[in-house]
Write a protein that binds this ligand. Structure first.
Ligand code: NDP
Ligand code: MG
Length: 383
């Protein structure tokens, strides 16, 4: 039987690249979900013939229902947030790849795990907002949480040796530095949405592209790494690697360092999450060492890029502080993309939200959503 995959967020940057990998490997598609892009989802249904699909937006779901009429083997159509979790939980798939953007992906990650599915996780916000809930559920249900984020895939790849995890001492989490690396705060104050959306190495969705420009993405990834690999934040060092060729490194107790390299192409980590523990040929090209002239290394400037400092503070505070940082960031990025706030305001708002409470202690899913709402309200009150 060929492997069956459910792709949540199938119309996005990671979602469409996941379907490239699925096509190349000849896997089956059990389920597909998106927010509102009915036209692209309809084309994906025609190509992959899933059993069930979901559109979270009701109006878009109505439009898709019209497109599916008369289609032979039309999938069952779910809708709304409940439809997304229902699809994530449905039996019949071997793995759920979550490529939804933002905290909107958290409930689906939990639903998939609680139904006994392995999860290939691109949606880092699931671990940032509800890291304790997600990792506890993984333990309880004995499923695998496979990282799709390139840095975390790199670390995971470096830790495959049975002895590696036991002697892991430090994670060297690489960062491209984004489009504004080396700029001063005075220069950043002038940066526009168009400048921020121009990433040097990766073509990604709008939200993560802005997160790369503010270095919020690296802060989110630091928190993601704490949950995935169980090291405290102080044993995770950010290393700026401008070419995005080294995707991250691990250091062992004997100070030996292992790195994972490759072209900056997300189809490599996506494919590894789907084929693990096997490696098979795939659609990504090889790294060409005849043209790669140099690899450079720098440190990240946390004085200039406040989001990274705020995320470090949040994971040190613990509890729901990372959730507050994420909620404030999601709201601030939305406002920046609507030209309502300047670039530097994003960092100020994330920092302010992290400082606004102690956030300590255990939490439930309901607490996560309450904290997210409070962080968004904080942003709107401090414009
Ligand atoms: P995109 O914006 O390109 O795609 C997001 C996907 O999620 C789309 O399918 C979108 O549907 C869907 N979506 C948006 N909002 C909701 C919602 N409320 N409920 C359900 N589905 C929703 O994002 P990316 O693919 O860039 O990123 C996805 C995730 O992967 C993020 O967490 C990001 O941090 C992570 N990631 C991305 C990388 C990249 O290279 N792009 C690299 C590493 C991690 P619609 O099209 O209908 O709006
Ligand atoms: Mg990444």
């Amino acid at each position: 039987m060929k492997k069956q995959v459910t792709v949540l967020g199938s119309t996005g940057s990671i979602g469409t690249q996941s379907l490239d990998v699925i096509r190349a490997q000849g896997y089956g598609v059990f389920g597909l979900a998106a927010h509102a892009n009915a036209a692209l989802l309809a084309r994906q249904i025609e190509e992959f013939h899933p059993r069930a699909v979901c559109l979270v937006d009701e109006t878009a779901a109505d439009a898709l229902a019209g497109m599916l009429q008369g289609m032979p083997d039309a999938p069952s159509l779910l809708r709304g947030k409940e439809g997304l979790t229902e699809l994530a939980a449905m039996q019949g798939t071997d793995i759920v790849l979550n490529a939804v953007v933002g905290i909107a992906g958290l409930a689906a990650t939990l639903a998939a795990i609680e139904s006994g599915h392995d999860v290939a996780l691109a949606n880092k916000e699931s671990l940032v907002t509800g890291g304790r809930l997600v990792t506890d559920a993984v333990q309880r249900h004995g499923v695998k949480l496979l990282p799709v984020d390139s840095e975390h895939s790199a670390i995971f790849q470096c830790l495959q040796d049975a002895y590696a995890a036991k002697s892991l001492q430090k994670i060297l989490l690489t960062a491209s530095g984004g489009p504004f690396f080396g700029k001063t705060r005075a220069e950043l104050a002038m940066m526009t949405k168009a400048d921020a959306l121009r990433h040097p190495n990766w073509s990604m969705g709008q939200k993560i592209t802005i997160d790369s420009a503010t270095l919020m993405n690296k802060g989110l990834e630091l928190i993601e790494a704490v949950w995935l690999f169980g090291l405290p934040a102080k044993q995770i060092q950010i290393v700026v690697q401008r070419q995005s060729v080294i995707h991250s490194m691990v250091q062992f107790t004997d100070n030996s360092v292992l790195a994972q390299l490759g072209v900056p192409d997300m189809r490599i980590p996506i494919q590894y999450a789907l084929t693990w523990p096997q490696r098979v040929p795939g659609p990504a090209p090889e790294l060409d060492f005849t043209t790669l002239r140099m690899l450079t290394f720098d440190t990240a400037d946390e004085e200039t890029f406040r989001c990274l400092a705020a995320c470090k503070k949040a994971i040190q505070k613990g509890g729901l502080a990372p959730c507050a940082a994420n909620g404030a960031n999601e709201e601030a990025v939305r406002l920046f993309l609507e030209d309502k706030i300047p670039f530097l305001k994003i960092g100020e708002l994330v920092e302010g939200a992290v400082e606004s409470d102690s956030f300590g202690g255990a939490y439930t899913l309901r607490d996560v959503y309450a904290c997210d709402a409070a962080a968004r309200a904080y942003v709107l009150e401090h414009l």
